[in-house]
Write a protein that binds this ligand. Structure first.
Ligand code: PLP
Length: 348
């Protein structure tokens, strides 16, 4: 049975990307070698990472003085590495309390500097704060910043679940990071975009090993160590696909359209109710509940039997979450909506 993959990540990628990835793993460009068995320092791999970097720069019109890095450790490691590189032990940063991933950012940054927590409505940011950490899209809670806040400090953004699917006003930011496995590749690699003028030269509270310095990776163009080469290759293939399909502007329009279809059904189907406040609803992750625990259990089985994969909500939140990243076709969202309608028609 065909599966419609709504997984929150690792997530769906277009079949053509998986086919090209599989071909490259078997025999990369007719070289007789797998992309997985060549050195990261070969001209062939340097071309892979070079093109991936150029495509990120081109797709987003990244300012020329910004650096683009490819780092392992997931977005999770950036929650520590960002404060490690941008601030000194006596500095203060602010974090907007939006949900699960802002809480993780708070915990991680607290080891490196003073952290002021603020709520999204008040945005009271200390005058001397070095930056404001925002989670552009709270993947678990289904909440998104539709406009990034205007504040007196630069933003550091965790864009793990909406990078390359929405525009970025770069003038507001010091640093942006996203792991690949939702919108632009498989798991194992994180893309970090940094304005180097914000990188601090001072020692950190906990001495930071060289491998965690952005400057190390800037100097070596992300090839300081053996980085996860196959995930970088998957990102290159997905970046080419994004370019071939109208770039970020088109990804954004698709995301808006998919979300509109999904929320229209959630709002009108008597068996379901949306979770996030209307004005904050994520266009990447639509979170919703069934009207009762029984309906939730029945719908999950009903949907899974019809090829819907990965819509169970995060354990602490429950309900459902339909993740609709770049690789998700509109037809799959229409199919899920059809299943919700069919379920409600037979439940009546
Ligand atoms: N930040 C956000 C918003 C996420 O959704 C996730 C993972 O789902 C992470 C950070 C952590 O990413 P990783 O698992 O790649 O470390």
């Amino acid at each position: 049975m065909q599966q419609h993959n709504f997984s929150p990540g690792p997530a769906i990628l277009p079949p053509s990307v998986f086919q090209a990835l599989a071909a490259g793993i078997v025999n990369y460009q007719d070289s007789g070698l797998s992309i997985a068995e060549i050195s990261h320092l070969t001209p062939a791999f340097r071309e892979v990472i070079g093109e991936a970097t150029r495509l990120v720069r081109e797709l987003y019109q990244v300012p020329s003085h910004w650096e683009i890095l490819w780092l392992p450790g997931g977005a999770s490691s950036q929650l520590s590495t960002a404060p490690m590189n941008l601030v000194n032990p006596d500095d203060t940063i602010a974090i907007v309390d939006t949900g699960y991933w802002s809480e993780k950012a708070y915990d991680a940054a607290s080891a490196y500097c003073h952290v002021h927590r603020t709520d999204p409505e008040r945005l009271d940011i200390p005058a001397d704060a070095k930056y404001l950490h925002v989670v552009s899209n709270e993947t678990i809670d289904g909440i998104q910043w539709h406009e990034f806040p205007d504040v007196h400090v630069p933003l550091v953004a965790d864009m793990t679940s909406d990078f390359l699917s929405r525009p970025i006003p770069f003038e507001k930011f010091a640093l942006i990071f996203a792991s690949a496995q939702k919108n632009f590749g498989i798991s194992g690699i994180t893309c970090v975009l940094v304005n180097p003028t914000y990188i601090s030269d001072s020692p950190t509270k906990i001495p930071a090993p060289k491998i965690f310095h952005y400057k190390t990776h800037i100097a070596e163009q992300s090839l300081y160590h053996t980085l996860p080469t196959v995930p970088v290759y998957s990102s290159l293939l997905m970046l080419r696909w994004i370019k071939d399909h109208g770039g970020v502007a088109n990804m954004y329009q698709n995301a808006l359209q998919k979300a509109a279809i999904m929320y229209q059904e959630i709002d009108t189907n008597p068996n379901f109710v949306g979770r996030a406040p209307l004005e904050k609803r994520s266009i990447a992750n639509a979170c919703f509940h069934g009207k009762s625990p029984e309906i939730e259990a029945q719908f999950l089985t009903f949907a899974e039997e019809r090829g819907i994969y990965g819509i169970k909500g995060f354990p602490t939140i429950g309900g459902f979450r339909a993740s609709m990243y770049n690789g998700m076709p509109i037809e799959s969202v229409q199919y899920l909506v059809g299943i919700m309608q069919e379920f409600s028609a037979q439940a009546l």
